[in-house]
Structures are given as structure tokens and as C-alpha cells.
Write a protein that binds this ligand. Structure first.
Ligand code: ZN
Length: 135
């Protein structure tokens, strides 16, 4: 997708202008709502399949499916937490600036990853450190 089109007419505004903030707030809230719907849908699906009185073979594969579903739910909830903290940083005007070094994260990077809290350099450095720790 063309970022200029996606952000138009705010693209040429000053970084994190009111229009930029409104744009990302909208993106984050939409994403959050979508995830909440997924969480609710998956939760009722899990409740339904748990209520089914299946034979032992079905139950074993159901247990596996349930494990996958639980992990997916965890991922969604962690993402919702990230989105919440991004929305919080929009409110406190910290959004869009690297939490490690304070530089602008950049519209393009935020567009690709609206929950980004670090600039590309700091994130790369962190990932390098993580690789060294975990092998
Ligand atoms: Zn940085």
C-alpha cells in the first residue's frame, strides 16, 4: 500500500501532528476492537468444544486444538496490552518517539507496526542482544 495515499492528507504535516495522532489513534482503536472480537469469538468457540461430549480420540485432538487456541488467545491479549500502552503514549504525547533514545520512530515504521516503541537502530540492537543471550 502506498503510504502517501494511506496517510493523505496528513502526510506532509509536521511529525506527530494532530492529524498524525488522530490517524494512529484510529488505527490502534480499530485494531484493538478487531482483536477483542477475535478473543470473544475464540472464547465462545472454546467453551462450545469443551461442552461437547466427544469420544476419547476426538477428545485428544480437541485438547491439542485447545492448547493452540489458548496460545493464540495469549498472543492476542499481549498484543491488546501493547496497543493499550501505545494508546496511552498517544495520550501523553510520547507516541512515535523511541523509548530508548528519543528519536522519531518515523511514520513509515509506525505505519508498518503501529505498536513500535523503538526506532529501527535501537530495536536492531535489542534483537542482537537477545540473540546473544539466547544463543
Ligand atoms: Zn532509538
Amino acid at each position: 500500500m502506498n503510504i502517501r495515499v494511506a496517510l493523505d492528507p496528513a502526510f506532509n504535516d509536521e511529525y506527530m501532528s494532530a492529524a498524525h495522532q488522530a490517524h494512529f489513534k484510529r488505527v490502534l482503536y480499530n485494531w484493538r476492537r478487531q482483536l477483542l472480537e477475535e478473543v470473544a469469538g475464540a472464547a465462545s468457540q472454546m467453551a462450545n468444544s469443551a461442552a461437547n461430549d466427544a469420544d476419547p480420540v476426538d477428545r485428544a485432538s480437541q485438547a491439542e486444538e485447545l492448547q493452540v487456541a489458548v496460545r493464540t488467545q495469549d498472543r492476542r491479549r499481549r498484543l491488546i496490552d501493547k496497543i493499550d500502552s501505545s494508546i496511552g503514549s498517544l495520550d501523553s504525547k510520547d507516541y512515535g518517539y523511541c523509548e530508548a533514545c528519543g528519536v522519531e520512530i518515523g511514520i513509515q515504521r509506525l505505519h508498518a507496526r503501529p505498536t513500535a516503541t523503538q526506532c529501527f537502530d535501537c530495536k536492531s540492537l535489542e534483537e542482537q542482544k537477545e540473540r546473544q543471550v539466547h544463543g
